[in-house]
Design a binder for this molecule. Structure first.
Ligand code: NAD
Length: 367
């Protein structure tokens, strides 16, 4: 069953990690290393079944291949999951045991923080392996990626405005921003610096109030955000908010935000295209975080990171062009861009393999 699934998803390697003394049950999935070592976060989650954990790690690692490829990084896609409750099951031994498994892969997989993991956990992983990013800044880590992700989201937005309206005058348009957390609040700051009108909502009322008091935003209700008459809808909270219930309500002609997995289904992406709504694919827009941590691998430099974020503007521009010339929705155009890059770089690196030594079946979304 598991081998059948892996054969379908085209993964190179899937490693099951078990350490009884540490209570470790983890899986590392390496999807594709044609462009470079597989970089992807470690997630800790109380999966109800082992199959659920397998499915998640396979899906997420494949997503990282696409994300890293579109971002222009010399990195492949991988992911790790630990089966456990982050509020109860964390220990030094658990993360050190996981670190030893990462180390045993000799750099084919590089781990990072994801849901349920923080910088302290990464410190333990770091004691056992150098193939880890997202450690504390004192060890050369890059710190909180959110400002970079927000700046990258702004680059994606500018590319979308350019494609849709032929200008990048961010301040001329209005925005409905859903989520004023780490990325959302930084993104709002950038919008307001250019004088844009910003509507904001968040389940955390204090965060909304701060945006009103300190940044001059207009607060709207949690559900009301979908009805706001704004030029751009910017999901910066949860995934799946573009769905059958919301797309009739959203008036914006551009969708550009940092949240992962914004499209509930591919059909929603098709429908947005049919309606003339420009959807900036989430994993291309929010690549700032992964770009930032990728720089830790050869020695982190903040200026270089900021310059790298600018690439998101060009990546989105290419995605929109592919979408137009090949007459496909933007979410598919992003996948094509990733697949083309892996294929061509693969042929350069491994000319004898003809197809770049990689194989794609079906498509992915998000990470
Ligand atoms: P965060 O937890 O700091 O912020 C998310 C905010 O959304 C919180 O303030 C939360 O209260 C709010 N929220 C949750 N449910 C909501 C709802 N139904 N309506 C309105 N608000 C709601 O997380 P973040 O780091 O800012 O990340 C935001 C999104 O961007 C996530 O989807 C994340 O996966 C994605 N992302 C983040 C980064 C990064 O660098 N932090 C990188 C890539 C992608």
């Amino acid at each position: 069953m598991i081998f059948e699934t892996i054969a379908k998803t085209g993964h190179e390697e899937v490693v099951f990690c078990h350490n009884k003394d540490a209570g470790l049950k983890a899986i590392i999935a390496i999807h594709n290393t044609v462009l470079g070592p597989a970089l992807g976060g470690l997630r800790m989650w109380p999966y109800k079944t082992e199959q659920e954990a397998v499915n998640d790690v396979l899906r997420l690692s494949r997503g990282m291949t696409y994300k890293n490829a579109v971002a222009g990084l010399n990195l492949g896609g991988g992911k790790g999951v630990i089966i456990g409750d982050p509020s109860r099951d964390k220990s030094e031994a658990l993360f050190r045991a996981f670190g030893r498994f990462v180390n045993s892969l000799n750099g084919r997989y590089i781990t990072a923080e994801d849901v349920g993991i923080d910088v302290n956990d990464m410190e333990y992983v770091f004691r056992e392996t150098e193939y880890v990013t997202g450690v504390h800044q004192v060890h050369g880590g890059s710190g909180d990626p959110s400002p970079f992700t927000a700046f990258g989201t702004l680059q994606g937005l500018m590319a979308a405005l350019q494609f849709k309206h032929g200008n990048e005058d961010v301040g001329k348009y209005s925005y409905a921003v859903q989520g004023a957390g780490h990325v959302g609040s930084e993104f709002i700051k950038l919008l307001r610096e250019q004088g844009a009108k910003v509507f904001v909502t968040d389940i955390n009322k204090d965060l909304v109030q701060r945006c009103v008091d300190e940044l001059g935003c207009e607060a709207v209700g949690l559900d009301e955000i979908y009805d706001v008459d704004a030029d751009v809808y910017s999901p910066c909270a949860l995934g799946g908010t573009l769905n059958a219930q919301t797309i009739d309500r959203i008036k914006a002609k551009i969708i550009c935000g940092a949240a992962n997995n914004q499209l509930a289904t591919d059909a929603i992406g098709d429908e947005l295209t049919r309606r003339g709504v420009l959807y900036a694919p989430d994993y291309a827009v929010n690549a700032g975080g992964v770009m930032n941590i990728s720089l830790e691998i050869d020695g982190y430099n903040r200026e270089r990171a900021m310059r790298m974020m600018r690439q998101i503007y060009y990546n989105l521009g290419r995605i929109f062009e592919i979408s137009k010339t090949e007459n496909v929705p933007t979410y598919l155009a992003a996948d094509r861009l990733a697949e083309e890059r892996i294929s061509i770089i693969g042929r350069i690196k491994l000319p004898h393999m003809g197809n770049g030594g990689t194989r794609f079946q079906g498509r992915m979304r998000g990470q």
